[in-house]
Design a protein around this ligand. Structure first.
Ligand SMILES: Cc1cc2nc3c(=O)[nH]c(=O)nc-3n(C[C@H](O)[C@H](O)[C@H](O)COP(=O)(O)OP(=O)(O)OC[C@H]3O[C@@H](n4cnc5c(N)ncnc54)[C@H](O)[C@@H]3O)c2cc1C
Length: 419
């Protein structure tokens, strides 16, 4: 088993054969190689990534990193992991073409890697802002460590920031920018903050939290164009005619799955690379996991594309086990978190719009959970500074047990009695 790190396999113009090639070196890719080895996969493995760092944690990039709390080096695994697991890490190389018939992958330097099995863990990228002025200096987005360095530097120099998009990343950056003493405006096209992911009550709570910290929030507002002077951003113009002067714009308008390689190779892609519960694509030799996939979600009872660490890590592990010959269906209950100011927002399950939502705890004290039901079924728990509710919720939903709405509403009822 090779133990070198980094690999020489990416050297320009060479051709090397592997038993398993994994494209995309982040949560899902690392999950694939770790689980494959743990399940006894003994073949030669290459992990190819177009970023130059060892796979690292992304969530801190919109949180502590901007406040100097988390260092620039946030590896998912120590460098020794790759050597010890016999994973050849081909860093800073982009996979540009996939020949499924020949089972070869071409990298951007002309190198080819042969494979018997392939895993696509190419993740997602920040969605581009599509309006005049989006190309101006001072309009940035956030996905990678490199982006975070740029944003951090720009934030330091900025006085006034407009954040386009009131989702998780936009609001996390807003909270960091406020802590850094900036003037912050969040422009959100929808009728409420984080509207795609949380209950209206949680949106309302987060709205007053941000407003209370001095963020100006403009809901149901679209950006028409961005104005500049000498190539540098000076203001955001909204469709309602308002003009928001600023010297920095963060476009936080969602993520787009990186499916181009898969689609060009003829794999089935429908808002994500289509996989089954074992993370198999439409080609039996090719697997996919993480943000780039559309998977049949057992909890939702339908196909979904999720963007979360939990999903990427757990799907990656399911793919790795299956590749090693120990099929393990992906059936995890989705969970997610977000840190804004001193608030920890945690979600488990998938909320269903319109169902009853039972409050547990105190909104005025800023410590509460919403138990969201779909008929009699508990669909999700969304918690503000109530980590114990979240943790027990993860256990209960995974076990298919939950409190009745009456039990959830009763502060004396011990949720742990159901576990
Ligand atoms: C700022 C930020 C904050 C976040 N906060 C949270 C949070 O609080 N909680 C949470 O659960 N989730 C959070 N997320 C989402 C989470 O980080 C993602 O869901 C997770 O990173 C997905 O992992 P992945 O391995 O599927 O893909 P990614 O992490 O996107 O990694 C894919 C990798 O593949 C590389 N790649 C793509 N195409 C190619 C190619 N052709 N050749 C070689 N390499 C390629 C990419 O450059 C990238 O390095 C956050 C994301 C961001 C950006």
């Amino acid at each position: 088993m090779p133990t070198s790190l980094p690999s020489t396999a990416g050297t320009t113009g060479t051709s090397t054969d592997f038993d398993l090639v994994v494209v995309g070196a982040s949560y899902a890719g690392v999950g694939v190689v770790a689980a494959a080895r743990e399940a006894g996969f003994s073949g030669r493995i290459a992990l190819v990534g177009d970023e130059t760092e060892l796979p690292y944690q992304r969530p801190p990039l919109s949180k502590g990193f901007l406040l100097g709390k988390a260092g620039a080096n946030l590896p998912l695994k120590a460098a020794s992991f790759y050597a010890e697991a016999g994973v050849e890490f081909v860093a800073g190389r982009r996979a540009v073409a996939l020949d499924r018939q020949a089972q070869r992958l071409r990298l951007d330097n002309g190198t080819t890697l042969g494979f018997r099995q392939l895993a696509l863990t190419t993740g997602a990228r920040a969605a581009a802002l599509r309006c005049p002025g989006a190309e101006l200096d001072g309009v940035v987005s956030l996905r990678s460590l490199g982006d975070a360095h740029v944003l951090s530097e720009r934030l330091g120099a900025a006085g006034s920031v407009v954040i386009i998009g009131g989702g998780f990343i936009g609001l996390e950056v807003a909270s960091a920018a406020i802590a850094l003493g900036k003037q912050v405006t969040v422009v959100e096209a929808g009728p409420r903050l984080i509207g795609h992911a949380v209950a209206p009550e949680i949106s309302a709570y987060m709205h007053s939290l941000h407003a209370g910290h001095g963020v100006t929030i403009r809901l149901a507002t679209k950006v028409e164009r961005i104005e500049g002077d000498g190539g540098k951003v000076t203001a955001v113009l909204c469709t309602d005619g308002s003009r928001l002067p600023c010297d920095l714009v963060l476009a936080a308008v969602g993520a787009v799955p990186n499916t181009e390689l898969a689609a060009a190779a003829g794999l089935t892609v429908e808002d994500g690379i289509v996989v089954d519960e074992l993370c198999r694509t439409s080609d039996p030799a090719i697997f996919a996991a993480g943000d780039c996939t559309s998977h049949p979600n057992l909890v939702a009872g339908r196909r979904l594309r999720l963007s979360s660490v939990q999903n990427a890590h757990d799907q990656g592990r399911a793919a790795g086990s299956t590749i090693a010959g120990r099929p393990e269906p992906y059936k995890a209950v989705p969970w997610f978190w977000s840190d804004q100011y001193d608030v920890k927002l945690q979600m488990v399950g998938l909320g269903v719009a319109g169902g009853p939502a039972i409050l547990r705890g105190s909104t005025s004290e800023g410590r509460f959970s919403l138990f969201r039901y779909d008929g009699d079924r508990l669909a999700a728990i969304e918690s503000i500074n109530r980590p114990a509710d979240h943790m027990i919720g993860r256990r209960l939903l995974a076990a298919g047990r939950w409190p009745t709405p009456e039990q959830a509403a009763d502060p004396e009822f011990d949720l742990r009695s159901l576990a």
